[in-house]
Design a protein around this ligand. Structure first.
Ligand SMILES: [Zn+2]
Length: 162
């Protein structure tokens, strides 16, 4: 049993001995990063789309369950933070660790049951909460991410703050 910190949202979760969390950070070539992992783990998954801003992948190595995520530089620290939180959340979904997120998200003004949302919405809500924790107001945070990323502009309906 290992404790893993999720710094973007200020919470931590428990990994089983066979679970491994790899934040591979900012990479210059996301497709290349993914390709190298596929080769390393002998996994034949599809290549990433050219326009991907970040990615989270799960790989099995015998009994070991490895979650890797990375992102490319979007030229804006807040957008990068959003993508890291978004991809980390996919990692938490893969590892069935979403319940640790709920209370952090609720503290940031999120007013829904996380489990009722689809994976992309969960990841977007979590990304938005990372920006709110950083002091970005809800309206500016939504404007920023909907202008630059594939985030639906009704994401604000899950929040009761402004
Ligand atoms: Zn996603």
């Amino acid at each position: 049993m290992k404790l893993q910190l999720f710094p973007e949202l200020g919470c931590e979760f428990i990994l089983q001995d066979n679970e491994f969390w790899h934040n591979d950070g900012m990479v210059s070539d996301l497709q290349q990063w993914k390709y190298r992992l596929d080769v390393h783990y002998d996994d034949n998954s599809l290549p990433l789309a050219e326009e991907s801003t970040g990615h989270c992948s799960q790989y099995w190595w015998g009994r070991e369950n490895h979650v890797h995520f990375a992102y490319r530089d979007l030229g804006n620290p807040l957008l990068n933070l959003f993508v890291v939180a978004h991809e980390s959340t996919h990692g938490l979904t893969i590892l069935n660790q979403e319940e640790v997120l709920q209370s952090e998200l609720t503290r940031a003004g999120f007013n829904e049951d996380l489990m009722s949302l689809d994976p992309e919405t969960k990841a977007n809500v979590s990304g938005l909460c990372a920006l709110l924790r950083r002091g970005t107001g809800l309206v500016p945070a939504i404007s920023l991410v909907t202008a630059r990323l594939h985030v639906p502009d009704d994401i604000g309906m899950y929040f009761n703050c402004s």
